[in-house]
Design a binder for this molecule. Structure first.
Ligand code: SAM
Ligand code: SF4
Length: 333
């Protein structure tokens, strides 16, 4: 049995690493417009620290990594970290989630360094709406990032699209057409109440059944697709005659906690056993001591809860435990 098995028998082989909590965008579902109190750079895990944590995790069975943030591409010299992570025995796969704004300039170096797959966040195909949702940045640069990622050989390229009621739900068909016409895997994601569960979330939360309805109305004949590499909790579909595919990630309406295989490492040095709850374990006191780092992973297994309760939150029911106050940008998604 793996060294990272929790009380519910779930084996963990996947670590999501947030390399910064800073970001060049301010997506309205992720970070407040004014930003948050960012971690001082002296309190960020250094590349040496991250490598130590991953070495300890790899000994216990971690084989897949995802580099995230904040926006990971604002962390200087990220490719140098990737090279080091790729060289750790047991690490087989290093994926990246990025908003794409800086990707065109870094895609080749990241691929050469050892990034195996990229997910690019894209919630709208309309440049004006992009400014409304992301509050900063430029859609054109994201599209250039997607093109460059394809040009340097990343495949499949996945697009993460958070669906927001009343904001981008009218673009579902446009995203489906994109997946039909291009070799892209579009992942529609439900809006989660991470670090905030206010009216903004409730008003804009959209269950993903609307995607299959939109596909039917648009005349696509869809069937379930299996074996999308690294598909994790995504329900994947393909459209008859289409080149790409799409996926549904519905943590709120139908959670996938039973098959959870992931841990998260925050930029300021905590292992979060669950995205939703407040519990976290600080790795900093254990740095420099491989056995102590392994013990932090073991503790994460001991305290990991059975599931989150986002659906209960939506229904205004009492929760059994305390949700985190971190925003998604401070955890890594
Ligand atoms: N900055 C990078 C990006 O946007 O891809 C990586 C970090 S971001 C926190 C990781 C993923 O979380 C993105 O795909 C983003 O859309 C998603 N995300 C952020 N806040 C969310 C929320 N409240 N509900 C659902 N997904 C969210
Ligand atoms: Fe930044 Fe990503 Fe959060 Fe948007 S979703 S604010 S790009 S961290």
């Amino acid at each position: 049995m793996s060294g990272l098995t929790d009380r519910w028998g779930r084996v963990h082989d996947y670590l999501r690493i947030s390399v910064t909590d800073r970001c060049n965008l301010r997506c309205l579902y992720c970070m407040p417009e004014e930003g948050v109190a960012f971690t001082e750079s002296s309190n960020l895990l250094s590349f040496d620290d991250i490598v130590q944590v991953v070495e300890a995790g790899a000994k216990l069975g971690i084989s897949k990594l995802r580099i995230t943030g904040g926006e990971p591409l604002v962390r200087a010299n990220l490719d140098q970290l990737i090279v080091r992570l790729a060289g750790i025995p047991g690490i087989e796969d290093i994926a990246l989630t990025t908003n794409g704004v800086l990707l065109a300039g870094q895609a080749a170096a990241l691929r050469a360094a050892g990034v195996t797959r990229v997910n690019i966040s894209l919630d709208t195909l309309d440049p004006v709406r992009f400014k409304f949702i992301a509050r900063r940045g430029d859609l054109k640069r994201v599209m250039e990032g997607i093109e460059e990622a394809a040009r340097v050989g990343f495949s499949p390229i996945k697009l993460n699209c958070v669906l927001l009621k009343g904001i981008n739900e009218d673009e579902i068909t446009d995203f489906l057409r994109l997946a039909y016409e291009q070799p892209l895997h579009v992942r529609f994601i439900e809006y989660m109440p991470i670090g905030h569960a206010d009216d903004n979330w409730k008003n804009h939360y959209l269950p993903l059944t609307s995607v299959l309805d939109a596909a039917a109305v648009a005349g696509y004949s869809v069937q379930r697709k299996h074996n999308v590499k690294g598909n994790g909790p995504s329900d994947d579909w393909e459209m008859e005659g289409g080149i790409g595919s799409f996926g549904l990630i519905h943590p709120v309406s139908d959670h996938f906690c039973k098959s959870c295989n992931r841990l998260r490492l925050t930029a300021d040095g905590s292992i979060n056993p669950c995205l939703y709850w407040v519990d976290e374990l600080n790795v900093k006191p254990a740095l420099g001591d491989a056995a102590a780092l392994e013990a932090v992973f073991a503790k994460a297994m001991a305290v990991k809860p059975e599931n989150h309760e986002m659906a209960a939150k939506l229904a205004d029911e009492a929760l059994t435990h305390v949700p985190t106050e971190r925003r998604m940008s401070q955890i890594g998604g």
